[in-house]
Design a protein around this ligand. Structure first.
Ligand code: SF4
Length: 476
């Protein structure tokens, strides 16, 4: 486990790449934007270009209702044109809630004596994974606190165990990780076990706010965290996710921070983040800051945030979690969210244990408690295509994450067929009769949208027949 003096030494020559003064300046100078300029910026995004900070600041300053509706419509249009209607589903798996950090907004913080601490051993991990597989999950994000118990060896052993756990026709095909920033050497261990995305959320990009709410522990060093994903790239991991916790500081500043982080990764490693997460602070047991966030983001501002992120980084996946209530989730899905969790339980051990136990061990409380099946049914009825696809990752199509966006027809060629195949697996193996009926109808509709003379349609139909006959894990 790294001690704070090692971390301080390792960061003493680093400088932040988040230009705070510049962000304030841009947000100030773009107030009351000209509608013509706003429309040009939306068009730039629809033409598949990442926006510059001044352009994002301009969108963030749109207050006029009608103009704002154009921003929303731009985001919806981008989603329709580029990403189609598939939504990738995953589940979070909390491995342990021990933590040596003291983050004021988090129920797991070291000073929270009212939380029941627990870490899963490998046998319990197997039980959790089987429970998830029995629901139909194929993609997980495993979450670890920061603690000497959860060193890179422990974490990577856990990930290996997850990949090796098979129940019936179930298996986990992609494990993403949300954990503390690692050293280059430790990231290499993650690369060896074949993780998907390594996520680190900066929480807040505003240094003073960061200092104020990260009182002690390794996480109190802003730069160690800010450069955490640079070290991942140095170790050869080319699939990373960034995020900010909304509610700690001004949401417009944080949105700009996410864009500057993206630009930094693009400029340094030629690859931007695969995903961006933007959770809002949610209440947590015995955590006053989370009950009353200092910069609480209203629902209206949250919708604006999601639409503007979509436009600012058109090729980056946007992840929305079950922290958000159903109504908000449904609305911002249309703005281009590409991944959501379903049937989530965020207590340690809670997929195979009782409800009360799970609350005692939760980091925060969820806003959306629907089961995976309910979510799938509702997504299908809304015309979305639920997907458990892990195709790119399995075929080594990583790194150039803008591929699905930049290569013409990529979504049609790969994502939609893979969504259909993995959705069909779910319907065959796990869905109750009603969902199965709705889902099969949805697949029929999707197939009708693919012209018969499309040379890949035949291959897809062949694979569909194979899945129906019992073959699994087919993808393009
Ligand atoms: S084909 Fe690749 S980009 Fe498309 S959904 Fe599957 S993994 Fe994602």
């Amino acid at each position: 486990m790294l001690n704070i003096s090692y971390i301080n030494k390792a960061t003493e020559n680093l400088k932040s790449f988040i230009p705070e003064d510049k962000i304030f300046e841009l947000l100030e100078q773009t107030k009351n934007p000209d509608p013509v300029r706003v429309r040009e910026i939306i068009q730039k995004s629809l033409d598949k270009n990442r926006l510059e900070p001044v352009e994002m600041a301009t969108l963030l300053n749109v207050e006029d209702k009608e103009l704002l509706e154009e921003v929303f419509e731009g985001a919806r249009e981008l989603k329709r044109r580029i990403y189609g209607n598939r939504i990738v589903l995953f589940a979070p798996l909390y491995i342990g809630n021990e933590c040596i950090n003291n983050c004021q907004y988090c129920g797991f913080r070291v000073t929270n004596n009212n939380i029941e601490r627990r870490s899963l051993n490998l046998e319990e991990v197997v039980e959790e994974v089987k429970a998830l597989e029995n629901k139909g999950h194929k993609r997980l994000i495993v979450v670890f606190g920061e603690h000497p118990m959860y060193d890179a060896k422990f974490m990577t052993e856990t990930i290996k165990t997850i990949y090796n756990t098979k129940e019936g026709k179930g298996e986990i095909r992609r494990v993403n990780v949300n954990a503390a920033p690692q050293t280059v050497e430790d990231y290499k261990l993650f690369k060896e076990v074949g993780i998907g995305t390594f996520q680190i959320f900066q929480e807040t990009y505003h240094t003073e706010t960061y200092k104020k709410y990260h009182i002690s522990g390794p996480k109190s060093n802003y730069l160690w965290r800010l450069y955490g994903l640079d070290r991942a790239f140095e170790a050869g991991l080319d699939d990373v996710g960034i995020g900010a916790l909304f509610g700690l500081y001004d949401w417009k500043f944080e949105a700009m921070g996410l864009l500057y982080h993206t630009i930094h990764l693009e400029e340094t490693f030629n690859v931007g983040p695969h995903t961006i997460s933007f959770p809002r602070i949610e209440p947590a047991l015995d955590t006053p800051l989370a009950e009353r966030p200092p910069y609480a983001v209203s629902d209206d501002d949250f919708k604006k945030l999601v639409a503007i992120l979509r436009l600012a980084v058109p090729y980056t996946g946007l992840i929305l979690t079950a922290r958000e209530p159903v109504e908000i989730r449904n609305e911002v899905l249309k703005f281009g969210v590409s991944q959501i969790d379903g049937g989530s339980s965020i207590g340690v051990g809670s997929y195979h244990e009782s409800d009360e136990e799970k609350i005692k061990r939760s980091q925060f409380l969820l806003g959306d408690n629907r089961t995976l099946d309910q979510i799938i049914e509702e997504l299908s009825e809304e015309g979305y295509l639920p997907s458990f696809c892990t195709g790119c990752y399995r075929l080594g199509r990583t790194g150039e994450h803008f591929m699905e966006f930049a290569i013409p027809g990529f979504v049609k060629r790969f994502c939609t067929p893979n969504a259909i195949l993995t959705f069909l697996e779910y319907l065959e193996d796990y869905a109750p009769e009603k969902t199965r009926e709705i889902g099969l109808k949805r697949i029929e509709e999707e197939l009708k949208n693919i012209p018969d003379d499309n040379k890949f349609k035949m291959q897809l139909l062949e694979k569909i027949e194979k899945v129906r006959a019992g073959e699994r894990d087919l993808y393009f």
